[in-house]
Design a protein around this ligand. Structure first.
Ligand SMILES: [Zn+2]
Length: 301
C-alpha cells in the first residue's frame, strides 16, 4: 500500500508505504487500510497543524464508486466492503472518495503526470495484465457497471490464447509484461527470463528477442488502434513494467500505430510519469474533488 498527504494541486507532501498483510485475510487488509489512514491523519495534524480535509482511497477489482463500495477483489478476498463509510468513520467524519486503482492512477497521470491537463486521454499500464483508464474532461469514465477501460480484454487474435476472463485472444495474453516474459522464457528455454531481459536483448539486436518483441508490439498496436478509433484521445499514456523499456518500446509502437491508422488522428504516445505513486496521488485528487466539485482540468494546465 502507498499512502500520501497531497496538497490542493496534487503536490506530494508526505509519502508512506507498507505491506497490505493480505496473508492475514480480507478483514485484516481492511483494518490495515483504516489504521494506516488514521496514522497519516495524525501525522498531518502534527506536521501541518490541521487534519486532512478529505480522503481518497483506490483499490483493485470491481469498484462501485457511487456507493463507495469495493464490490469485488479476487486477490484480497473482498466482496462488498463499504470502504467509504468505514474510512469516514475512522477519520472523524471527513468526506471520503473511493476509486478503482487503475482509473485513479490514470486520473493522476492525465491531470498532473504525463498527460498534464489533457482533456481526452487514455492511460494503459502494461503489467501482469493490461488495464485502461479513459480520461474525459478532467475525470475518468468508470462505465455503467464499473468496467470501462478494460482494453486488455479487447480480442486482438480471434481464436488465440485462452484468457482467465473466459475469452480467447485477449490483448493482455500477448502484450502485458507477463505475456512478454512468458514468450521470452519459452524462446530462450530459461524459465527465469523476463520482459526486461527481452528488452535488453532487443536493444542489442538479438533476432529471437526482436521477433518476440515485434509480436507483442503488433498485438499492442492492434488493441490501441481499436481503442483510439472509439475514443479519439489526444494523449495515449503507456505505463507499467513494459513501458520501462523506454524507446525500445515507444519507437516501434508509435510506428506500428501510425502504420495502422487511416482516417483516425494520431494521439501523442508518451510514457507514464508518476510510476507507482500514480494511484495514491490520484486518490488525493479524488479527495480534493470532493471539496471542489468542479472541472479541475484548468488547474493542472
Ligand atoms: Zn481476457
Amino acid at each position: 500500500m502507498k499512502a500520501a498527504l497531497a496538497g490542493a494541486n496534487g503536490e506530494l507532501l508526505h509519502l508512506a508505504r507498507r505491506a497490505t498483510g493480505r496473508e492475514r485475510g480480507p478483514d485484516a487488509v481492511v483494518e490495515g487500510i483504516l489504521g494506516f489512514a488514521a496514522e497519516l491523519r495524525a501525522y498531518g495534524i502534527e506536521r501541518f497543524g490541521e487534519p486532512a480535509a478529505a480522503a481518497g482511497v483506490a483499490v483493485p477489482g470491481i469498484v462501485d464508486e457511487e456507493r463507495g463500495v469495493a464490490a469485488y477483489a479476487a486477490n484480497l478476498g473482498w466482496r462488498d466492503v463499504p470502504l467509504r463509510a468505514l474510512l469516514g468513520e475512522r477519520l472523524g467524519g471527513v468526506p471520503v472518495a473511493l476509486g478503482h486503482d487503475v482509473r485513479t492512477g490514470g486520473l493522476a497521470e492525465g491531470r498532473i503526470g504525463a498527460g498534464k491537463g489533457a482533456d481526452r486521454f487514455l492511460f494503459v499500464p502494461l503489467g501482469t495484465g493490461i488495464a485502461g483508464a479513459i480520461g474525459i474532461g478532467g475525470r475518468v469514465e468508470s462505465g455503467a457497471h464499473g468496467f470501462a477501460g478494460e482494453i486488455g480484454h479487447i480480442v486482438v487474435r480471434p481464436g488465440g490464447a485462452l484468457c482467465p476472463c473466459g475469452q480467447r485472444g485477449c490483448l493482455e495474453r500477448y502484450a502485458s509484461a507477463a505475456a512478454v516474459s512468458q514468450a521470452w522464457a519459452a524462446a530462450t528455454g530459461d524459465a527465469g527470463a523476463d520482459a526486461a531481459d527481452c528488452a535488453k536483448a532487443v536493444a542489442s539486436g538479438d533476432p529471437k528477442a526482436v521477433r518476440v518483441w515485434r509480436d507483442a508490439v503488433d498485438a499492442l498496436a492492434d488493441g490501441l488502434v481499436t481503442a483510439l478509433t472509439l475514443l479519439d484521445p489526444r494523449t495515449l499514456i503507456i505505463g507499467g513494467g513494459l513501458a520501462e523499456a523506454g524507446e525500445t518500446l515507444f519507437t516501434p509502437l508509435r510506428e506500428a500505430v501510425r502504420r495502422r491508422v487511416t482516417f483516425q488522428k494520431l494521439p501523442s504516445i508518451v510514457p507514464a510519469a508518476l510510476g507507482d505513486t500514480a494511484g495514491c496521488l490520484g486518490a488525493g485528487l479524488l479527495a480534493w474533488d470532493l471539496l471542489e466539485p468542479t472541472d479541475r482540468t484548468e488547474v493542472a494546465t
